[in-house]
Design a protein around this ligand. Structure first.
Ligand code: ZN
Length: 213
């Protein structure tokens, strides 16, 4: 059985990495922990695959894929996509408009309406009968799902023995046990002294749940 975090720091910190003392919603998709990076990469590529299967205009696919990278790498800035477009002015307007909404906005499903106009022209050009409104609403769903999967990965790790909460809790309890062995049994109530009959090594090897008692 896994335990709740027991340190004050542990309750507000990120359970996946030790570099974030206060975890907020902005940190979840940006967490530098290996599992977060792997999940992000998987979902980012899945979005590209989805865009390709939905006959997304190549320039839209290229821009959104590159711009989404800036969620985790803001230093990249708004990408200068050299993708060719049959409608360069509309493409540039869409880029400028999306840049105003921001990469975090994109991740939250805030997409420029200009993408829908550009996609409608693309569907028309390739003779696709697909609904551009459906394409736009599913694109928004796909973007929001990335954040959802990042949250799920965070929760999966938070409830595992690999979480920084669990490790901090374990450290705190072990320090307490060592200190108690150093101080002796003088201030331990008689009914609890049996817990210290074993050597400190034996106690430290017990499960975290047992060590907390
Ligand atoms: Zn983190």
């Amino acid at each position: 059985m896994l335990l709740l975090p027991c340190g004050r720091l542990a309750k507000s910190s990120c359970p996946r990495c030790s570099s974030c003392p206060v975890e907020d919603h902005l940190h979840v998709p940006r967490c530098p922990a290996p599992t977060a990076a792997a999940e992000w990469s998987k979902r980012h590529l899945a979005l590209r695959t989805w865009m390709q299967t939905q006959q997304t205009a190549p320039e839209i696919e290229a821009f959104l894929f590159e711009y989404l990278k800036t969620v985790r790498q803001p230093s990249l800035g708004v990408p200068t996509v050299r993708a060719w477009s049959r409608h360069p002015h509309l493409f540039q307007r869409a880029i400028s408009s999306q840049a105003m909404l921001g990469a975090q906005g994109l991740l939250e499903g805030l997409v420029s309406p200009n993408w829908r106009h550009l996609q409608a022209l693309h569907f028309s050009y390739i003779g696709s009968k697909k609904s551009v409104n459906l394409w736009a609403s599913r694109l928004i769903q796909q973007l929001i799902r990335i954040g959802h999967y990042m949250w799920k990965d965070r929760n999966r790790l938070a409830h595992s023995e690999d979480s920084s909460w669990y490790k901090a809790c374990k450290r705190e309890i072990d320090i307490g046990i060592r200190e108690q062995f150093t101080m002796g049994l003088m201030d331990i109530p008689p009914h609890s002294q049996y817990l210290f009959r074993d050597s400190h090594k034996t106690v430290l090897n017990k499960s975290l749940e047992d060590r907390q008692h």
